[in-house]
Design a protein around this ligand. Structure first.
Ligand code: GDP
Length: 296
């Protein structure tokens, strides 16, 4: 069994590669939930949704959130109402939030709710939230403390002074996630944002990641993220905004790091660096990267 640690964009691309070379039943994904929040209509768990939509083959690959060919009738109506709506949520995507909210209000935990929703989508892989507790990413800026969505949508150019995870001290990994890490033949930390997607998972109290079994893929190529603000976030936490910084963030949990073939060579204590093409722009490049990682 392969256990993958994931956010909502870079790692789902790698999951598409893994799906080409492994049966879904052999894949377990532990997903970041530090971007989750309640919305008026239900419960948003953006990284879980992107992973589930990827595994179900319905992800919108233009945005890496939401469902392809979704409509936005409700959003368009709400945007023009006094209440407004910050996030651009599709009509079908909204139903996932409604369903999750109902299940949580009925007393199910996030792991149980995710299992029900992913089974309904016909997903063969196992999708596990990192924790059943609430954790929230706080971006500290001169404009105030923002949640990640407010920062990305309303204040994307604001200076980032710090980032922290509210609730992380008391959150525990779920028994299912702990078991998936223990039983895995290989643990893959996908090319996700090291600070806002992976750090919450590896910071959970009591999480055990055997670095002899784990390999990470850098989301940085020649000192730049392929998309999003990973460089800015890494600098805000005191790391170099490149693959050397990624090696530093993960130094307790990996002993192998895959970086892009265009990256400069560097050495990191106790970590073997492997090079290949990590830019996933086609089914072939996704499959090739997945195979490379599985063969390490
Ligand atoms: P989020 O939850 O939407 O922030 O998504 P993730 O954290 O899963 O992914 C964001 C990261 O994916 C960014 O830092 C990107 O650099 C990285 N990424 C996206 N596409 C690729 C790719 O093709 N190759 C690599 N190496 N990284 C990628």
């Amino acid at each position: 069994m392969i256990t993958v640690l994931s956010g909502g964009t870079g790692t789902p691309k790698l999951i598409q590669g893994l799906m080409q070379v492994l049966p879904q039943e052999e894949i377990t994904v532990i997903v970041n939930t530090a971007e989750d929040m309640w919305l008026p209509h239900g419960h948003l768990s953006p990284d879980i949704d992107s992973v589930m939509y990827t595994l179900a083959g319905i992800i919108n690959e233009k945005t890496w959130y939401g469902i392809k060919n979704d409509t936005f009738k409700t959003h368009e109506y709400l945007v023009n109402s006094p209440k407004g709506e910050m996030l651009k949520i599709g009509d079908m995507d909204r139903e996932t939030h409604v369903k999750r909210g109902e299940l949580l209000k009925e007393g199910k935990n996030l792991t149980e709710a995710t299992e029900i929703i992913s089974k309904n989508m016909g997903i063969g892989a196992t999708v596990l939230p990192m924790t059943n507790s609430e954790v929230a990413t706080v971006i500290v800026t001169p404009a105030g403390n923002l949640n990640l969505h407010e920062y990305l949508i309303e204040h994307p150019t604001e200076e980032v002074k710090d980032i922290y995870f509210r609730g992380i001290e008391t959150a525990r990994p779920t028994a299912e996630a702990a078991d998936a890490l223990e039983k895995a033949d290989k643990i893959i930390i996908g090319p996700s944002n090291p600070i806002t997607s992976i750090l919450p998972i590896i910071s959970l109290n009591g999480i055990r990641i055997d670095n002899a079994k784990s390999v990470a893929v850098s989301p940085m190529i020649v000192g730049k993220p392929v998309s999003g603000p990973a460089d800015k976030f890494m600098q805000a936490k005191g790391f170099l905004p490149d693959s050397r910084g990624v090696a530093e963030v993960y130094k307790w949990v990996i002993n192998r790091l895959v970086i892009d073939e265009r990256d400069i060579d560097f050495k990191a204590k106790r970590i073997q660096i492997k090079k290949t093409n990590t830019l996933m722009v086609s089914p072939d490049s996704k499959r090739a990267l997945a195979k490379f990682i599985l063969e390490i």
